[in-house]
Structure formats: C-alpha cells, structure tokens
Design a protein around this ligand. Structure first.
Ligand code: PYC
Length: 321
C-alpha cells in the first residue's frame, strides 16, 4: 500500500515522564464498528501509519501513540486506540491521562468525569485539574500467583501474572537495585523473563502473551509504597509507574489481602515520578483500580511525509522484543 502524504496533526504530552502522542487529524478512517474491529482494521490495513507516527525519525521507542476515533456510544467523550513501536496496546493508563489532558487543552472536554472507549472496555477519566487526572480503569485481576522462573543469568525469579488492561508478569523483587544506572541490566533481565515465560508456555487468560514485565523494590521517595521498573513490548521502559501495571499491582495486593479497598497505594517509577492509586471491589475476583497522575502538553506538531522520503513509514529495524 502506498504511503499517504496527508499531514498528520498530533499533540504530544508526557504523563509522569512517559510520552503520549495523540493523533487529532490526518489518521486513517477505520470506519464504524466495535473498537476491537477498528483496531484489527488499523493493524491489517494501516500499520504503516502507526510506524510513521511512532518510529524514528518522527517518533521514538518510548512514545505511545493514541489514535482518536469517533466513539460508538453517544455518552462517551472519545474512543481511542493505543499503539507503540511494535504494535497495539489493549489499554494504556499513562496514555489515557495524557489523552484527557490533551482533550482539555484542545477545549474538547471540561473538568469533571468523561467516558473514554478503549478496545478492552470503557474507562472513566475524572479531570480533577487541567493537568491532573484520575482514571477508573477496566476490571483488573490476578491470574497466576507465585510463578517460579529459574533463569540462568538471574537465578530464581518469583512473580504473579495479572491483568490491568494489559498482561503483566510482576516479579516480587528486582534482580538489580531500581536505579536509573541499572536500566540496561533491568531491560536485559525483563527480556530474559519474557523469554522464559514464552519457553514455559506461561500466558495470560486464553493464551494471551504476557508482554509487560515489572520489577518491584523499596520506594526511594518519602510517602511512596514501592518503586517499579516496567518493561514494555517493543523494548522500552515506562518512564511513568505504568497505569495498567499499577492496576495489575493493585489486583495482586487485593488478592493477597495486603491492601484494603480505598486504601492509597503510591507507586514510584524508575525515574522517581508517581501515581497514587486505590481500588474498589468489582467481584470476588476483580477490582476496579483508580490511578491518579499528572500530564503536561509538550508539543503540537504536524508530521510531514514528503514524496521520495525512504523513511516516510519510519525506520524498521526488524522484529522488536
Ligand atoms: O501506563 O498503562 C500504561 C502503559 C502501558 C505501556 C506504557 N504505559
């Protein structure tokens, strides 16, 4: 399929350090139907658009894209499909916070509660202030507890598998101290964990691939409960504490009785930024997480694809982890 040359209007923000690029014009027309169907159409027919927006030279591996789509239900403020350097995300917590701040910045929503449709369900956003958002995420749950992985390079890693809008392996402790200087070692360790999960056939529900890995350790800042390192599909680490990852963490804490409904949990990221979170009980096995964080607009850009540009659809380096 040839690459369109239509300009692409984007608004860039970061949520606790993690970037989001919302496509507000120039995106593909995915037609109507459920967001799952539209995501499939995006992946099957317009993947070069994803690559243009996210990959270098216009984007970066840390970036998460958010394609604004018309909502299915009139009561929803927006619908969104998230994507990154390797494919599509079911949900994205930091991205939803960034999207809400972006919609406010554009004058499309006001302060207060709004519904956002995602491919895995409706998320409520409460814009508490122009840069502060509480998201009520999709139901989250623990899937497998105390999974033991024996990995040559790391020794025994024990963790849980949980859903928070994406699938996570949550290692109970970290093989290396959670400091910025260890990011390359933590990344290699997370890749080894993903490899072992794959080798052992350990998956999320319905055989879904566990494509996010979290390591936890003691918090460094006053008032935080824990620090994390989150490895995302595509190989980048989350600069924020990860909204869906923190949701998965709440599901594990709830299942083990270590956090009561409504009790705050302050999750610190590898760069020291924070989400404050709590949950309510949805059913015997599921919780509804609420994640509060800040996002800031950092750019309003038109992406251009000139005729003859060999990298109009980004630089493809081959399969990403
Ligand atoms: O905040 O849920 C999140 C997220 C997923 C991947 C990057 N950020």
């Amino acid at each position: 399929m040839s690459i369109s040359s239509a300009p692409i209007r984007v608004v860039d923000s970061h949520t606790e350090g993690e970037p989001t690029r919302v496509v507000i014009a120039g995106g593909p027309d995915l037609g109507t139907g459920s967001l799952q169907d539209r995501l499939r159409r995006f992946r099957d027919d317009f993947d070069s658009f994803r690559r243009t927006v996210i990959l270098e030279p216009r984007g970066s591996e840390a970036l998460v894209g958010a394609l604004l789509c018309p909502p299915e239900q009139p009561s929803s403020a927006a619908a969104v499909i998230f994507f990154n350097n390797t494919g599509y995300l079911s949900m994205c917590g930091h991205g939803t916070i960034g999207l809400a701040v972006t919609l406010f910045h554009l004058g499309l929503i006001g302060l207060g509660v709004h519904r956002i449709e995602t491919p895995v369900g409706i998320v409520a956003v409460d814009l508490l202030a122009p840069n502060t958002v509480a998201i009520e995420n999709v139901p989250s749950y623990l899937h497998l507890s105390e999974v033991e992985l024996e990995i040559d390079t790391l020794g025994l890693i024990v963790g849980d598998v949980a859903w928070g809008g994406n699938w996570f392996f949550l290692a109970r402790s970290s093989p290396f101290p959670l400091v910025a200087g260890n990011i390359p070692r933590l990344t290699a360790a997370a890749l080894a964990v993903r490899g072992e999960l794959r080798r052992r056939g350990i998956t999320g529900a319905d055989g879904a691939e566990i494509d996010h890995v979290e390591f936890f350790g003691p918090a460094q800042g006053a008032g935080a409960n824990s620090r994390n390192f989150v490895h995302c599909p595509g190989g980048a680490y989350d600069r924020s504490p990860c909204g869906t990852g923190t949701s998965a963490k709440l599901a594990c804490l709830a299942a083990s009785g270590r956090l009561r409904p409504g009790e705050p949990w302050v999750q610190e990221s590898i760069i020291g930024s924070r989400f404050t979170a709590h949950y309510s009980v949805a059913s015997a096995a599921t919780v509804i997480p609420t994640i509060v964080g800040n996002a800031y607009i950092c750019g309003e850009t038109v992406l251009v694809r000139q005729a003859g540009d060999p990298f109009a659809a980004g630089i493809l380096l081959g399969p990403m982890p």
